[in-house]
Ligand binder design. Structure first.
Ligand code: NAD
Length: 296
């Protein structure tokens, strides 16, 4: 059996169309959604991410402002900038691109961004809202992207056994919380396995749904997957490949060739979860406009 592919690019394009329509509606009322992206230093991967976010923002009719700070920026300078952006009524969403240079404290930055402008959904207030099932505010971009991929591919997690591999704050923990909610498109029985789990394949082999987010190239092998399972690969890893034009290629956390022979539905890398992350960031920026308009 060969799995059907979940086309993240096509689904992200659908979501972006909806977001563009919402942006147009706000603009008709005289409000242009504004996202400010702050980049500290010159990490090449971060520069690419910021460029992609800025481009998509503009394609959807929003305003994107980039603030690039030197790598030597101090903690107090960065926090002062965030304070100004929090207070600026023209700014709806604030995103500080991680990772920050080592001398800066990412947790302090997460706490400093106003929860009303926190389009990454990293602030503890928003993470708490997610856990208790509040649906009005922001959603963390990559996990919400995974949920949308499932919903728009016709897979209902309700009553299914889902295994999330990885427990990071930005992917593993929130996707675990989302899948377990008593809500439409969720309601799964969820197990989160991680670096402290002995023999994690004993769990993945029972799973109807596997979400893999660990940052280990091609970790999930075919013999770890139950025939017919749905497999979502969040990983983005560069592996050396002298035959590739750039000397490397990008692979996920799932051994695609093996697992696609066993699974019923699978996301490719690239072209799976990646495009959804930006699409959800765009949607969160429109949510920020709504929150500002509601005075929430
Ligand atoms: P992270 O490094 O913060 O967390 C990795 C998690 O995996 C940890 O909880 C760790 O316990 C677990 N882990 C590591 N090795 C393991 C092993 N051998 N067995 C079991 N568990 C193990 O990573 P992250 O930020 O969650 O990202 C995970 C992957 O997803 C990375 O490849 C990252 O690049 C990718 N990612 C992609 C997107 C996207 O837009 N597609 C967004 C965020 C992250």
């Amino acid at each position: 059996m060969s799995a059907a592919i979940i086309d993240g690019k096509a689904i992200a394009a659908q979501v972006n169309q909806e977001t563009a329509a919402a942006v147009a509606a706000w603009k008709a009322k005289g409000i242009t959604p504004v996202l400010v992206v702050v980049l500290v230093g010159d990490d090449p991967a971060s520069q690419i991410y910021v460029r992609n976010k800025t481009r998509t923002c503009r394609e959807l009719g929003m305003e994107s402002r980039q603030i690039v700070l030197p790598a030597q920026t101090t903690q107090s300078e960065l926090l002062a900038l965030i304070g100004e952006l929090n207070a600026d009524p023209e700014v709806h969403g604030i995103l500080v691109q991680f990772p920050l240079p080592a001398h800066l404290d990412e947790q302090a930055v997460i706490h400093a961004i106003s929860p009303k402008k926190d389009v990454d959904c990293f602030h503890p207030e928003n993470v708490g809202n997610l856990l208790i099932g509040e649906t009005e505010g922001f959603s963390p971009c990559t996990p919400r992207g995974v949920m949308e991929l499932l919903a728009r591919s016709g897979f209902d997690p309700a009553g299914k056994f889902a295994v999330v591999i990885g427990r990071s704050n930005i992917v593993g923990k929130p996707i675990t919380a989302m899948l377990m909610q008593k809500a439409k498109g969720a309601n799964a029985t969820v197990c989160c396995v991680h670096s402290g789990t002995p023999d994690l394949a004993q769990y993945t082999r029972q799973a109807d749904l596997i979400v893999c987010a660990i940052g280990k190239p091609e970790f999930l092998r075919g013999d770890m997957v139950k025939p017919g399972a749905v497999v979502i690969d969040v990983g983005i890893n560069r592996v050396d490949d002298p035959a590739a034009p750039k000397g490397y290629r990008v692979v996920g956390d799932v051994d695609y060739d093996e697992v696609s022979q066993v699974a019923s539905l699978i996301t490719p890398v690239p072209g799976g979860v990646g495009p959804m992350t930006i699409a959800m960031l765009m949607r969160n920026t429109v949510t920020a406009v709504q929150l500002a308009a509601d005075g929430k």
